[in-house]
Design a protein around this ligand. Structure first.
Ligand SMILES: *Cc1c(COP(=O)(O)O)cnc(C)c1O
Length: 247
């Protein structure tokens, strides 16, 4: 257990033990799922989805050895960045990005997983030119085809990714999707297998470079299924930090 809490931490020992216990359990389950599908545990990274969670809880996880966090809102990304600045970690944006928030995002995120249109990508690329910087990205694909979801339609992904190749300051790491939360495994599985098949097809056709082979998919309720379908990064929140408080 961590002993280096900052003085202002309001977490009890029980809360801290709960978070670190959950982290160990998620890591064990992810490793076992990778093994069950014939892959090494090192092939699957666990990103902590930290929306609504206070920085002091995230700090526990980073001090426990986790290094990847994902925020949905730029405001939260920015707000927690300073509080976590002393801890080695990588912050990803995993929620929709409005064009007027690109500057803030580039200042505090090391990866944007929600790139799903050329206008946004161009804006990011232009800003990176000015800053003389680069960033990692995933293209978000709406494999579940829910109207409410962001992400590009699977049939439009090839055209978008082809256009992205001109934007050399963005390093495409792979594809991201949000499945169908709250459904049965049978209902969820196609949204993950479709993403894997899309990746394989686009790499096979030379549309994506071979190293853009990452698949960010799977959440608390279904990450083992996502790993079975080829996830290389799962995004878990509530199974580590407990239910979110949106109040
Ligand atoms: C909240 C969120 C997650 C994690 O969800 P849990 O069910 O809490 O694990 C993963 N990905 C995205 C994009 C999210 O918004």
């Amino acid at each position: 257990m961590s002993t280096s809490q900052p003085a202002e931490s309001t977490l009890s020992d029980t809360q801290i033990a709960s978070i670190t216990g959950n982290l160990d359990e998620v890591a064990d389950r992810a490793r076992a799922a990778a093994g069950a599908s014939g892959r090494s545990g090192d092939d699957v990274q666990v990103l902590l989805a930290t929306k609504t969670q206070p920085a002091e809880k995230i700090r526990i996880a980073l001090e426990h050895g986790f290094t990847l966090i994902g925020e949905n809102k730029v405001q939260e990304l920015v707000g927690k960045a300073e509080e976590l600045a002393d801890l080695d970690h990588e912050a990803h944006l995993i929620g929709p990005l409005q064009k007027n928030k690109v500057n803030h995002t580039l200042r505090h995120a090391q990866c944007i997983q929600s790139v799903d249109n050329l206008e946004l990508a161009t804006k990011i690329g232009n800003r990176l030119e000015v800053l003389d910087e680069t960033i990692d990205i995933f293209v978000q694909v709406n494999t579940s085809r829910e109207d409410s979801k962001s992400g590009i339609a699977p049939e439009d992904a090839e055209a978008l990714i082809t256009e992205l190749r001109g934007l050399t300051r963005m390093r495409l790491r792979g594809l991201m999707t949000i499945g169908l939360p709250g459904r049965t495994p049978e209902e969820i599985r196609p949204s993950y297998s479709d993403l894997r098949e899309l990746r394989d097809r686009l790499i096979g056709a030379g549309v994506m470079p071979a190293e853009a082979n990452e698949l960010s998919m799977g959440m608390s309720n279904d990450f083992e299924l996502a790993i079975a379908e080829g996830a290389t990064m799962v995004r878990v929140g509530s199974s580590v930090f407990g239910a979110r408080d949106y109040s």
